[in-house]
Every structure is written in structure tokens, then in C-alpha cells.
Design a protein around this ligand. Structure first.
Ligand SMILES: Nc1ncnc2c1ncn2[C@@H]1O[C@H](COP(=O)(O)OP(=O)(O)O)[C@@H](O)[C@H]1O
Ligand SMILES: [Mg+2]
Ligand SMILES: [Zn+2]
Length: 268
């Protein structure tokens, strides 16, 4: 179940976006207000998605280049003792990777919404046109085993990069993995398998800490859950996933040892 923090005071939270904060009375839905503001060089066009700490909008810069701009409430960061500087540092430490939404810019500014003056943080990342979250992609159920393998390879590649930087994404789930149709540009620049391009987003909870075998195992189980469709496909998928796993993500090759609680192998 999604939960939303109060953008204005940072104290209230709700599972209903249409509600109002019990502490300051502000609506949880800030999209219409955010759309009227300017964030450094960026002007919002429309909302792409809403999360706990803020909202992600499609925005354009001075030369009308489009970005996915994440606008976060500094009140919520303060209330939850979250550091925007650390978030940017860990995102930059990940480096550029074809399966991770690239970070281009970030900053803070002051805006007026619901008659209040607020400080907000923003991050400009690569906008993935026509993207849908992995959860919705799975729910649509219009993919075959080959598609799934292409997607699994790319998710593994992204996780492998994150872990090789001694980082842990810490919030890996089906709304933080975006799937988009592959475009000519992607064919030119990202020679990965499949008809789809995967980009992992949302490094807001990433930490500089090796996850440890238990947490890695949770990530692997989560990925495995999505590999179940029918008996035939499970068989084919498992076989291919094992091949893919041993090539792409060293963690996957040591699942049994990890489950038994022995020492984690260094991922690289
Ligand atoms: N780069 C992007 N391109 C297109 N849509 C995006 C992008 N980044 C985020 N979104 C949309 O916004 C939603 C929330 O973004 P996310 O970074 O996960 O923020 P939150 O911390 O609020 O969960 C995503 O689930 C997705 O629907
Ligand atoms: Mg998210
Ligand atoms: Zn509030």
C-alpha cells in the first residue's frame, strides 16, 4: 500500500492522497500546486508519479529538454532525518549505467504552495518516455519468457552496478523499476537483450553499506517471484535465469550458501 507524507509540515502521513494532514491541514496531493512553480532552470509540465517524500514531474529546462524532476519536501526530510546531500552523493557514486536513470542535476529552492513558503529539494533525472512500472507491466500480462529474460538481465545489471559501488538500493520494488519500449537511440547506445529498456529509479533510500546475505537474498526472492507464470514457462525461465544469473550477477550463483547463512561472497 502506498503512503504519502505531508509535503508542507512533514509530520502527517496518509494512504489516501485525497486527504488532508491532521497536523497542518494541508492536502496531501500537491501536484497541481507544484505544477505552478519553477525549480531552478526547470518548469513542470505534468505529474509522472507520487511517492512518500514528494512528487515526480515531467519538466523542461531552458532549451526545452525534458527531465523526470523529483521534487521533495525539506520538511519531510528533516522530520525523517534524511539528508539530501547524502542522497545526491550516493546517486553520483552509482555512476552512469544504461539500466539506471541517470542523474543530471539537483538543487534546492523556495516555493509558495497552499499559501505557505517552503524549501524543497529537486533532482533532474533522465526522463523515460512511455515508461510503466514493472508492477503494471506484470499485471498487464502481455510478455513472454524472452521479454522476461531481457528484463531480468537488465535489472541484474543495475543491481550489480549498485552493489559494486558498495551501495545498496534499499527500496527495490516494482514501482522503482521502469520498463519502456526500446527506442532507436537505445539500440544504438545500449546493446542489451530484449524489446524493452529497464531503468531502476529512486535512489532516495540508497545507503553506503553492503546489504549482507539476508538482504541480498530478499532481493533475489523478490525477482524470482516475478518469474512465475505457468509450469512450462517457469521451467524455461529458471533454466535461462540461472545462465543469465551466473553471467550477470555474481550474487545469484551463491544463493544456497547465502541462505544457509555462511559468509557473503564479495560482489564485484
Ligand atoms: N525517469 C523517469 N521517467 C519516467 N517516469 C518516472 C521517472 N522517474 C520516476 N518516474 C515515475 O514517478 C514515480 C515515482 O518516482 P520515484 O523516483 O520512485 O519517487 P518516489 O520516491 O516518490 O517513489 C515512478 O514510480 C514512476 O512512475
Ligand atoms: Mg519510488
Ligand atoms: Zn502537514
Amino acid at each position: 500500500m502506498n503512503e504519502y507524507g505531508c509535503f508542507v509540515c512533514g509530520r502527517g502521513k496518509s494512504q489516501d492522497l485525497r486527504g488532508k494532514c491532521e497536523f497542518c491541514g494541508s492536502p496531501f496531493d500537491v501536484a497541481a500546486e507544484i505544477k505552478k512553480c519553477r525549480f531552478g532552470d526547470y518548469l513542470p509540465i505534468r505529474e509522472l508519479g507520487r511517492g512518500f517524500y514528494g512528487t515526480v514531474v515531467l519538466a523542461k529546462n531552458r532549451i526545452k529538454r525534458q527531465y523526470a524532476l523529483k521534487v521533495c519536501s525539506s520538511a519531510l526530510y528533516q522530520e525523517r532525518q534524511k539528508s539530501f546531500v547524502e542522497e545526491v552523493e550516493s546517486y553520483i557514486a552509482v555512476g552512469d549505467h544504461p539500466n539506471i536513470a541517470e542523474l543530471f542535476d539537483g538543487g534546492d529552492t523556495e516555493i509558495d504552495i497552499f499559501g505557505r513558503h517552503l524549501r524543497v529539494f529537486f533532482l533532474a533525472t533522465r526522463y523515460l518516455a512511455d515508461a510503466i512500472p514493472l508492477d503494471d507491466f506484470i499485471a498487464k500480462d502481455e510478455f513472454g519468457v524472452e521479454d522476461l529474460i531481457g528484463i531480468a538481465v537488465q535489472i541484474c545489471a543495475a543491481i550489480c552496478r549498485v552493489e559494486s559501488q558498495r551501495l545498496w538500493h534499499n527500496d527495490l520494488h516494482g514501482r522503482n523499476i521502469l520498463i519502456a519500449p526500446r527506442t532507436p537511440d537505445d539500440f544504438d547506445h545500449h546493446p542489451a537483450a530484449g524489446r524493452h529498456l529497464v531503468k531502476v529509479v529512486d535512489f532516495g533510500s540508497a545507503i553506503f553499506k553492503h546489504p549482507g546475505p539476508e538482504k541480498e537474498w530478499q532481493d533475489i526472492q523478490w525477482m524470482g517471484k516475478h518469474a512465475r507464470r505457468d509450469a512450462e514457462e517457469v521451467k524455461a525461465t529458471k533454466q535461462r535465469a540461472a545462465e543469465v544469473g551466473s553471467l550477470v550477477h555474481p550474487t545469484l550463483t551463491n544463493v544456497d550458501r547465502r541462505r544457509n547463512g555462511s559468509n557473503a561472497q564479495q560482489t564485484g
